[in-house]
Design a binder for this molecule. Sequence first.
Ligand SMILES: NC(=O)c1ccc[n+]([C@@H]2O[C@H](COP(=O)([O-])OP(=O)(O)OC[C@H]3O[C@@H](n4cnc5c(N)ncnc54)[C@H](O)[C@@H]3O)[C@@H](O)[C@H]2O)c1
Ligand SMILES: [Zn+2]
Length: 754
Amino acid sequence: MTRARSDDMPVDAMTGEMAEAEIARLTDLLDAANVAYHSEDDPILDDAAYDAAKRRIGAIESRFPDLKRSDSPTERVGAPASATFSKITHARRMLSLGNAFSEEDVADFARSVRAYLGLDADAPLEIVAEPKIDGLSLSLRYEEGRLVQAATRGDGLVGENVTANALCVDDIPERVEGAPELMEVRGEVYMTHADFAALNARQSEAGQKVFANPRNAAAGSLRQLDAGITASRPLRFFAYAWGELSAPLAETQMGSIERLEALGFTTNPLTEVCPTIEAMLALYARIEAQRAMLGYDIDGVVYKVNDLALQRRLGTRSTTPRWAIAHKFPAELAWTRLERIEIQVGRTGALSPVARLAPVTVGGVVVSNATLHNEDYIAGRDASGQPIREGRDIREGDWVQVYRAGDVIPKIADVDLTRRPDGADPFAFPEICPECGSAAEREPGDSVRRCSGGLTCPAQAVEKLKHFVSRAAFDIEGLGAKLVEEFHREGWIAEPSDIFTLEARHGDDTEAPLKDREGWGAQSARNLFAAIDRKRSIPLDRVIFSLGIRHVGEVVSADLARHYGDWASLIEAVDLAVPAERAHLAAEAAVVEERATAAADGRRARISDARARAWAERDVSPDARAAWDALVAVDGIGAVAAQALVSAFAQGAERASIDRLAAFLDIEPVSAPATEGSPVAGKTLVFTGTLERMTRQEAKARAEGLGAKVSGSVSAKTDLVIAGPGAGSKAKKAAELGVEVIDEDGWIALIEGA
Ligand SMILES: NC(=O)c1ccc[n+]([C@@H]2O[C@H](COP(=O)([O-])OP(=O)(O)OC[C@H]3O[C@@H](n4cnc5c(N)ncnc54)[C@H](O)[C@@H]3O)[C@@H](O)[C@H]2O)c1
Ligand SMILES: [Zn+2]
C-alpha cells in the first residue's frame, strides 16, 4: 500500500509530480541494472525489461523536458570503470548505439539520415549491415604495429585497462604489419556457446560461480585482475570499428573492415553492403534465420552508413552516433507443456510460482523452468485487475509459449486454450506457506503473497543466510550459498550470528568438529574459521545490506551508511521512528480508501486531508514524527525503504537476531562527506548542459562528497546552477528565479582545493 503507483501509469496521463517520481524510480533501477550488468557481469534485469525502462524514461523526458535530470540514464553509456583496474581515458569516446525494434524504426533511421544530409529520398545511400555481437566492446591501441593498450568501454570516456588480459585472446594479434603508425581497433569480445557450456561445467565442478549467459562469461573472464585466469578462458574477438588513427584505413566502412581483415583481425563474415532498405531488411531476416546456428550470441543487426565522409558529417548525439543503429531481434519464443506449478519461498517470504516445463530449446538453450511472477499473472490479470493475455489463465497441463528475454529467467508469454487437457482446474494459489505452514498474506496494493513466518520459516532463513554471505554483503571466503545451506540443514547455523560462533561450537576441540566432516580437514577448517574472523570487522553499509531487508539494497544501504555514519546513530534514528511507521502505514491505507471513495463519488480525491487525518488519529509524538520525517528525507531513501527498514528493526524476533549479530561485530563507521571548508555544503545544485572536464556522474559524486544535494530540476530551492554548453530551459528558469548560474570553469574553480 505504500507503493507509489507511478510505475504503471501511461506517460500521457502523468502529472509533473508523478513524472518526477517515475524518473527517480527508473533512474535508480537503471543505475543499479547498469552496475550489475557492466561492472559486476551479473544482471538483475533482463534486457527486454532494461530496454523498456530506458524507453519509458526517454518518453517521460520528451514530454517533460524540464524534469530531465543531470544524471539521466538516457545521457550515459555503460557504467563507470571499476576501481579494481587502472583507468584509461579513451582518445575517442566509445559510444553506444540507438535501437530500432521494428521495420518502421529502420525506415525512420534511413529517413532521418537523408534529412540530416539533405539527400533526396531516391538518392543512393549505401548501408553496411552486420550482426550485433552480444559481448563487450574493447578498444585496442597499436603504436608502430604493437599492441600497447587495451581498454573496456567503461562509461564511454574512461575505460578499464585490460591490456594483459587482451593479450590472452587468440583473435587479438600482438603485432600487426602494414598498419598506420597509430591505430585503435575496436570490436567485441565474446564467447561461443560451446566454450560457455564447457566453462560453466568446469566452474560448477570446482564449486565456483556459473555465468548466466555467454556475454556475462566473456565480460567476467576478460575483466580479471589475474590475466592467467583470462588465459584459461576461451575468448574471441570480432573487429568492427576503430578509434584514433594516424591515417585512415579506407574511405568506406566496408573498406575499413576489409583492411582490418587484411591486417590479421577476425571480422564477421556476415557483413554486407546494402544498397536499399529492402536489402537491409532482407539481410536482417537472413541473419535472424541463422541465429541459432551461429554458435555465438547475437542480439540484432547493426546498420552503418558506408561512406565515412557522410559518417563524419552526421556525427554523434550525446551517447550514440547518428550514422548507425542497432536493429534488435524480438525475444525468442517456443511452445511447450507446463507440467507443474511449484511455489518457492524467498528471502523476504515472497511466494514465487515457478513453472516446471517439458524441456524445450529456446534460442539455442534448453529451458525447463520459467517464472510465473505471482498469482495475478497466473490468473490472467495484472496488478490493477486488468486482463492480461485477454484474461486467459494458466493451469497445470497447459501448453504455454516460453520466451527468453535477455537470457536471464525464461518467462511465459501465452497459453493455448485449444490444447488445454479436459478437467484441468484453475491453479489454486496457496494461502499458507508450503515450507512452514504459516499464513501467506497479501497486503493491499502488493502483487505478492508473503509467508508471515519470518525467521521461523526455514525457507526464508536459508535465503536470508545466502544473502548474508553473498558478495556484496559479508562475502566470507569459502562460505558460499551451498555450504550455508548445508550448515543450515545440519542445524549448525540458523541465523547470521551463528556464523560467528561456529568455531566455538565446531572447532577442533569440540564434540562435532568441522575438520572431521566429509571433505574437510584440519587445514580447510582452520581456513574457514580464519575467513570468518576476518569479517568480524566490516563497514556499516555492508552490514545494513547484509540484513536482507526489502527495498534496502546496496544503493540504499550506502546512502543510509553515509548519512548516519555509524551503527549506533542508525539504530537510534530508526528506533525513534518506530511509533511513526504504523501511523505512516495507516495514513497510506487511508489514502487508498480516499481514492476509492472519491472515484465512486465522482469527486477529486483529497489526499493530503486523508493523510493528515490519519496521522492525527494516531497521536504520534512529535519526536517520533520528526525522526520518521528525517529518515524519509535522507537522500535516496523515501517512504518505501524507510517503512521496510523501520519495520524490520521494530519486529521482536528479527530485531533480536540483528542485535545478536551486531554483538559479534566491530562495525566500521562510514565517514561522512568532508563538508568542512566546503563551499557547497548543504546547498542544492543543478547541473545542466554538457560538461567537458568531468562526467555528470563525476560532478554529481564530487558535489555530494562536498555535502551538496544534486537535483534534476531548477526551483526556488536551488542555490546554484552549473550550466555547460547547450544548457536550455533550466538555465533560463534559473535566470528567471534569480538563481546564481556559473559555467564549468567557475564550478571547478569553486571546488578546487575543497
Ligand atoms: N539486463 C540489464 O540489466 C542490462 C543493463 C545494461 C544494459 N543492458 C543491455 O545492453 C544494452 C545497452 O547497452 P549498450 O550501451 O552496450 O548498447 P547496445 O548493446 O545496445 O549497443 C552498443 C554496443 O553494441 C556492441 N556491438 C556489437 N556488435 C557491434 C557491431 N557490429 N557494431 C557496433 N557495435 C557493436 C558494442 O559493444 C557497442 O558498445 C541494452 O539494449 C540492454 O539490452 C542490459
Ligand atoms: Zn514460510
